[in-house]
Design a protein around this ligand. Structure first.
Ligand code: NAP
Length: 258
């Protein structure tokens, strides 16, 4: 299927590794040029070089996307993108009683306000030009809470509420916003959550992975590649009637009928 987006420009936030990288690779495969962001310049430049080999242009902006200055730098590198993929690192696990104002502020900045403020900056131009696609990488925790990820459950719920209303306000202008909800994928983030489990239970990292994989009906972790391709489809010409949805990619892990 031709996604019909060759020649377009996308901003991909937090895209040097993991799910963001998967989205960047899949968009590049479709002929989309990129502004790629992450904090560490080395891995960012390595990712950009690998993606350029697919024949698209890639500009890099090494900065913390959760700051005003970081978002301004990314927007300045591509003030009129056709596509926006929002993403940032996930908050740490813990107990509700562990977290005070500073931890809440950080989670809300990263996983709620950062995507909201990027959309606020870029939606007006997309509406004026009559075409745009936004995909926010959120989490399965939006559909069913993960108790030890309370910061994520709460901050991402705020973003989900914003998207639910806003997506319906811009759809008639040709601007389509949806959220992608990853379940467990084989990335550094999954390792960061598996490691404490391994330490707590006195088992190896491989055993911890196997235990978590056994809780997923598909029997395995997802891959950044398959996640990226679904993201690219949600950025395509074919999704003009998919508005404000929350699409789970979790191997069936979230036990829901609807
Ligand atoms: P990952 O493998 O740890 O990759 C994170 C990427 O984001 C890296 O490129 C990292 O590069 C960049 N990054 C992190 N914080 C950043 C910031 N403040 N500014 C700019 N770039 C930043 O993570 P992932 O697994 O792809 O997860 C992506 C998102 O999906 C996270 O919010 C995570 O919580 C969520 N999620 C993941 C899973 C999963 O199983 N993987 C499941 C549910 C939800 P630098 O470190 O160089 O900045």
């Amino acid at each position: 299927m031709d996604l019909g987006i060759a020649g377009k420009w996308a901003i991909v936030c937090a895209g040097s590794r993991g799910l963001g990288r998967g989205c960047a690779e899949a968009l590049a495969e479709e002929g989309v040029s990129l502004v790629l962001n992450a904090r560490s310049p080395g891995p960012l430049e390595e990712a950009a070089a690998a993606i350029r080999a697919r024949g698209v242009e890639v500009r890099t902006v090494a900065c913390d996307i959760t700051t005003d200055a970081g978002r301004a730098a990314v927007v300045a590198a591509c003030p009129e993108p056709d596509i926006l993929i929002t993403n940032a690192g996930g908050p740490p696990p813990g107990m509700w009683s562990d977290w005070g104002r500073a931890e809440w502020q950080a989670a809300i900045e990263a996983n709620m306000l950062t995507p909201i403020l990027l959309m606020t900056a870029l939606l007006p131009g997309m509406c004026e030009r009559g075409w745009g696609r936004v995909v926010n990488i959120t989490s399965q925790s939006v559909r069913a809470p993960i108790p030890q990820l309370g910061l994520s459950n709460a901050a991402r719920a705020g973003l989900t509420g914003f998207v639910a209303g806003t997506a319906r306000q811009v759809a008639a202008r040709g601007v389509i916003i949806n959220n992608l909800l990853p379940g467990i994928h084989a990335t550094d983030r999954a390792d960061a959550l598996d490691r404490p489990l391994a330490e707590r239970e006195g088992i190896t990292l491989e055993e911890a992975r196997a235990r978590r994989a056994a809780t997923i009906p598909a029997g395995r972790y997802g891959t950044a590649g398959e996640f990226g391709r679904v993201c690219a489809f949600l950025c395509s010409q074919h999704v003009g009637f998919i508005v404000g949805q929350n699409i789970l990619i979790d191997g069936g892990a979230t036990n829901l009928t609807l």
